[in-house]
Design a protein around this ligand. Structure first.
Ligand code: ATP
Ligand code: BTN
Length: 269
């Protein structure tokens, strides 16, 4: 195996200083987000993590698939504790929490300049190295679980075949020319996620997310679920995490985290 291999013992050891209720490791699993949701069904008031070496049914937004072959990536899900201070509108901010946890980690540890392609992708030099899938589970009006799923491409084997990609992708080993230690990045991402969770809902959190945005002040194209393209310049984020776009007619419009894909505006350059 070309990348740092790991097992439950090495993972538990490296995470031992963190306030985690449950730490589970799987050599292979369908999706870590599904297992995390099962854990949250029994305990959703403490942090827990699920880590896998390989995912056979890893997923991104809207049922798109996320590639996690064995031995080359990080795939993890964090059960975020729910308490009375968290309300529904804050759940939309969890994508930003995950993207910030990853960018802070790889920028500080690997000295990179990773940026967030709003809302949920992490780019280095315009290529996707990590994706975040935040999922909330409700029973009626009651919030049962908030799961933060994170995938990071470490080795080159984790880059999906180019014909399956909707956006250019790369891996941290390729970018840095080094063999990254998966465990260190894993610990740092989880630590950042735990530290940032209490800030979710504050303007300070939004400002940090905003500062990390890719294409800020630049012209972009938003593609809606119905494949309609909207052009504008990114001005920042509103308090609810929605994207503020200055449209070509001069009006400022909010776009909610949802079925919107963001692309640099290469059509108009
Ligand atoms: P987009 O990335 O197209 O803007 P998105 O942010 O909604 O959309 P998702 O649909 O959640 O992203 O991510 C799934 C997409 O990511 C897949 O369609 C695939 O093209 C791409 N992908 C899958 N696995 C990986 C990976 N390991 N690294 C980079 N990209 C991947
Ligand atoms: C995206 O494409 O931007 C989101 C990808 C999210 C992938 C991670 S890997 C761990 C967790 N389990 C999943 O099935 N998806 C997320």
């Amino acid at each position: 195996m070309t990348n740092q291999s790991y097992n439950l013992n090495s993972i538990q050891e490296i995470l031992s200083h963190l306030p985690l209720h449950n730490v589970e490791y799987f050599e292979t699993i369908g999706s870590t987000n599904d297992r995390a949701a099962e854990i949250a069904a029994n305990n959703n008031d403490l942090f827990s993590v699920v880590i896998a070496d390989e995912q056979t049914k890893g997923r991104g937004r809207s049922g798109r698939s996320w590639f996690t072959p064995p031995g080359s990536a990080l795939a993890l899900s964090i059960v975020l504790p729910i308490n009375a201070n968290k309300n529904n509108s804050e759940i939309a901010l969890v994508s930003g929490l995950g993207a910030l946890a990853v960018t802070n980690s790889i920028n500080n540890k690997l000295n990179l300049d990773a940026k967030i392609k709003w809302p949920n992708d992490v780019l280095v030099s315009g290529e996707k190295v990590s994706g975040v899938l935040a999922e909330a589970h409700w029973v009626g009006d009651s919030l049962k679980a908030v799961i933060l799923g994170i995938g990071v491409n470490i080795g080159k084997e984790s880059i999906p075949p180019s014909e399956t990609l909707t956006f250019p992708a790369n891996s941290l080993n390729n970018i840095t020319g080094r063999k990254i230690k998966r465990l260190e990045i894993l610990r740092d991402i989880i630590q950042n996620g735990i530290a940032l969770w209490p800030l979710v809902g504050s303007r300070e959190f939004i400002n940090t997310w905003e500062n990390g945005l890719a294409f800020s002040g630049e012209s972009v194209k938003l593609i809606s679920g119905k494949n309609i393209a909207i052009y504008g310049i990114i001005e920042g984020l509103a308090d609810d995490g929605s994207l503020l776009l200055r449209l070509e007619n001069g009006k400022l419009k909010n776009f909610q985290v949802g079925e919107i894909q963001l692309r640099p505006n290469i059509d108009k350059n």
